[in-house]
Design a protein around this ligand. Sequence first.
Ligand code: NAG
Ligand code: NAG
Ligand code: NAG
Ligand code: NAG
Length: 552
Amino acid sequence: WAGPAGPTRPPAPAPRSLRATRRRARIPWPLLGSPAVRPPPPAVRVCARHAEAQAAARQESALKTLGTDGLFLFSSLDTDGDMYISPEEFKPIAEKLTGSTPAASYEEEELPPDPSEETLTIEARFQPLLPETMTKSKDGFLGVSRLALSGLRNWTAAALPSAVFSARHFQPFLPPPGQELGEPWWIIPSELSVFTGYLSNNRFYPPPPKGKEVIIHRLLSMFHPRPFVKTRFAPQGAVACLTAISDFYYTVMFRIHAEFQLSEPPDFPFWFSPGQFTGHIILSKDATHVRDFRLFVPNHRSLNVDMEWLYGASESSNMEVDIGYIPQMELEAMGPSVPSVILDEDGSVIDSHLPSGESLQFVFEEIKWQQELSWEEAARRLEVAMYPFKKVSYLPFTEAFDRAKAENKLVHSILLWGALDDQSCSGRTLRETVLESSPILTLLNESFISTWSLVKELEELQNNQENLSHQKLAGLHLEKYSFPVEMMICLPNGTVVHHINANYFLDITSMKPEEVESRLFSFSSTFEDPSTATYMQFLKEGLRRGLPLLQP
Ligand SMILES: *[C@@H]1O[C@H](CO)[C@@H](O)[C@H](O)[C@H]1NC(C)=O
Ligand SMILES: *[C@@H]1O[C@H](CO)[C@@H](O)[C@H](O)[C@H]1NC(C)=O
Ligand SMILES: *[C@@H]1O[C@H](CO)[C@@H](O)[C@H](O)[C@H]1NC(C)=O
Ligand SMILES: *[C@@H]1O[C@H](CO)[C@@H](O)[C@H](O)[C@H]1NC(C)=O
């Protein structure tokens, strides 16, 4: 379900159809090691074909020379996919072989220090992923090579427990001029869409961060040395919104989709993708002072990380997936930013650290907020910015049935193995196409109460003796579930009147890559995504069966 990534081991179903997803998902030309593959406009296609043929020939000859594993390693270094290794691309290997890292990194170049500015200390708190929460731990990681997991097992502490930042470097968190309370904006816009596909899995080293990416890259580097501020899959990027405004300060809440590469050559890539990073910053409107900063991976659900690793040399077929739980991944400012150099009345410099080693005490003005937005509302707006399908609200499981009873409506429910509304797995194909298409949004909004749940959560509900009616609801759902995702239409009393498995859904809606390609380039206003049409049919069938059974 998660793409070529198909979870290969858990419960049962054919990984083939799982894998079909992302391939089928509009990447008619998966190119080994190439970055975002965006379909060019039709006019460019003819020349592109020639170039593609040349590239294919070069790949072919490289394969002869290097073998699959060799070509795999080569492609992972050839970040621009031109089949030549530039000195920049060779750098990681040079560093590995010579054991030296160049003293100054690009980050220091982009964020030069200024002795008169304010600085703050940020601490990283990290508790490693709990291996027993991974599905593959059930059989003691049988069939998973130790090498595959070594990057994960090795990651037991934050790379940098503490770091000093300049307040000014947080400027990218400032809103664009005129931004209103609660109106989201993109700090790092997503460059991916349904039609651009995804970035290559086959990479080890993040591209050098540029502009606003630098601060986010540097913050995430405190956890692990190889953060990718842009995820391989949509929705990528970082989105923010103002949650409080005063005369001199802003509170900005943000949501970042980023991931880490835990392996290095010669091992195969291992991707670690937390559901999301969220948090807030309170900073002065000129970004010279940071009052507070916190960034964390939410840990309130039972699973919050998606992991995908390659175990062979081919991009599309040899990938394993699992999900797990990381208890803590958090950055926090140890206090407001303070000037590193203070001038006394005579203009001479006072060190902010007294000779005794104590710091000078600073007194900070109290901030009087003029406008404020609740944390929940801000979180919801950031979520809708990332996931337009969330324009329809998805209620918690039992609440959805209470509401359906009250409004005498049917329940549209999605039961899945991984979460639907963050990056920790599984719902991708569904939500990127079907659930955010406008006819579906309209029908869901008008005629259904929607909910989604994790299998694990419903199993807990089913075992919870406290509420019999909840137990019964969960039981009716689990009865109809098959791995990995089941979409269901239910009566308010929990009876499932119609359901469809995601694999089956994908099989019946799948098109051959050639068909996708020809459709992509012939499409016009009449283009209709077959999966949207099929989902529409599914909902309508649910209404046909369910409506007559609703209480009059
Ligand atoms: C794991 O840690 C050991 C010891 O620090 C190191 O030698 C090894 O290269 C690391 N392996 C990976 C995959 O990072
Ligand atoms: C859902 O319906 C309500 C009430 O009719 C309407 O205000 C809202 O805009 C609709 N939302 C969507 C996403 O269609
Ligand atoms: C069980 O849940 C239902 C619906 O949410 C609620 O109305 C009822 O009071 C609960 N019963 C108990 C015993 O907690
Ligand atoms: C729910 O209601 C329908 C229609 O009234 C009925 O046929 C069905 O047996 C009920 N299911 C349960 C579990 O009570």
